[in-house]
Design a protein around this ligand. Structure first.
Ligand SMILES: *[C@@H]1O[C@H](CO)[C@@H](O)[C@H](O)[C@H]1NC(C)=O
Ligand SMILES: *[C@@H]1O[C@H](CO)[C@@H](O)[C@H](O)[C@H]1NC(C)=O
Length: 396
């Protein structure tokens, strides 16, 4: 049987290749360089990239947009569907560089936007948004800075894979997934300085069935941020730091808001981050909720707030009547979380007095303060149970 398979598989491949070649059903390739893009890092290649996308999207058979090695300067790219085929690969072997004038992208919200597509794989390559100029503008306190663009945005799409993409120095978020189903981000490598403003690594909201796997995120804001309406989200094998950690929220800014349900975060590490595993909600009226979260197997190294639920978020103490959060938080499980806290309070549950956190379970949590000193836990309006090792001592 094994022998037969060994003979059969190569034979099947050859036959398939012959059939595909004869019928001409192999993928059509749209090479940006053949369409006029220049790999010199200076010449605006936006039009060539858009021509490649229009070709691939309009193809009735599987198609590839190919970006060879080299640095290609491109402005805002809009990869809009629906397309005539459901198997498009955007293969990037080179680097995309943003225009050095940050206003070109900065008022447009997105650098690369995939909108309304289905069956798209974005593979490889580096997106260099050159965000430093905009960050400097923002930190100078000038009022003339644009908000900035998300480097790679996947909106209103389904069945999308982002594989092995590097994003460096985004103006705002590096990667954002919004209004999608079945999106996988695998092997992402995200880099920006610890003090770069609003450079969230991967943001997910209003989406179901998103997974973020085996990725490394060093940035100035949240490593992964999870917004309203994220359901069936799976995060596994992610290394964070520096940055602000993995955060569900901020939630509950709006009165009417979709909830966050069924989130799994496992095998994650945090090094020198501001937070580890965080849930954060505005102290404002809202019908939002968080239900069903599993945080499993997390290692903290010198993290300021390793485990934190904060329902008192209200920057500038404005528009938070009575400072009460309407977000209902329930069924949150922490399992096998260990390492070191950079502050004494390693576990903090600061929940809403109107909607206390319910059903928190902690199992095998072992966090110390600066390696050997005992850490502390702090609870307000929070209830739950513990089992196994529980360091610091539970505050339920
Ligand atoms: C929770 O989400 C995972 C994917 O992250 C999915 O496999 C599982 O079926 C979901 N569970 C429920 C009860 O919907
Ligand atoms: C908790 O972690 C410390 C430091 O890694 C370790 O020395 C200690 O044995 C652990 N305690 C338990 C009960 O697992």
């Amino acid at each position: 049987m094994a022998m037969a398979n060994r003979l059969f598989l190569p034979l099947a491949t050859i036959i398939a290749t012959v059939i595909f070649t004869v019928l001409g059903v192999s993928a059509a390739t749209y090479n940006v360089k053949s369409l006029g893009a220049k790999p010199d890092g200076r010449t605006d290649s936006t039009k060539a990239f858009m021509a490649a996308w229009l070709g691939a999207c309009g193809s009735t058979k599987a198609a590839t947009v190919y970006v060879p090695r080299g640095r290609f300067m491109v402005g805002g790219l809009r990869f809009t569907g629906p397309c005539k085929n459901g198997a498009i690969r955007v293969q990037i072997d080179g680097t995309l560089v943003a225009p050095s004038n940050y206003f070109v992208l900065g008022n447009g919200k997105f650098w690369l936007l995939f909108h309304g597509v289905q069956g798209v794989t974005i593979a490889g390559g580096t997106l260099d948004a050159q965000g430093a100029g905009l960050w400097a503008c923002k930190s100078s306190g000038s009022r003339n800075c644009p908000d900035g663009a998300t480097s790679l945005a996947i909106f209103n799409s389904r069945d999308v894979v982002v594989y092995g993409v590097s994003s460096i120095n985004s103006q705002m978020f590096h990667i954002a997934v919004n209004g999608c189903s079945n999106v996988k981000v695998v092997g992402a490598n995200v880099v920006a300085p610890w003090n770069s403003p609003n450079t969230d690594g991967i943001h997910v909201q209003l989406s179901t069935g998103v997974s973020i796997l085996n990725s490394k995120i060093s940035t100035g804001d949240d490593c992964v941020s999870i917004g309203p309406g994220a359901t069936n989200l799976w995060i596994e094998g992610v290394a964070c730091g520096p940055g602000h950690g993995i955060s569900i929220g901020s939630l509950g800014k709006d009165l009417n808001e979709q909830g966050v349900r069924n989130v799994t975060v496992k095998r994650v590490t945090f090094k020198g981050t501001e937070n580890g595993l965080r849930i954060k909600a505005w102290a404002r009226p809202s019908n939002g909720f968080v239900n069903g979260v599993l945080f499993q197997n997390a290692v903290m190294t010198n993290v300021e707030n390793p485990i934190v639920i904060d329902q008192n978020y209200c920057p500038g103490s404005k528009n938070c009547p009575r400072q009460v959060s309407g977000v209902k938080i329930s069924n949150v499980r922490y399992q096998d979380v260990h390492g070191t806290s950079a502050t004494k309070v390693a576990v903090k549950f600061d929940c809403s007095k109107k909607n206390p956190c319910r059903g928190i379970t902690m199992q095998d949590v072992n966090l110390s303060f600066k390696n050997q000193l005992p850490a502390a836990a702090y609870c307000v309006n929070a209830g739950g149970t513990t089992s196994g090792v529980m360091k610091p001592t539970s505050c339920f």
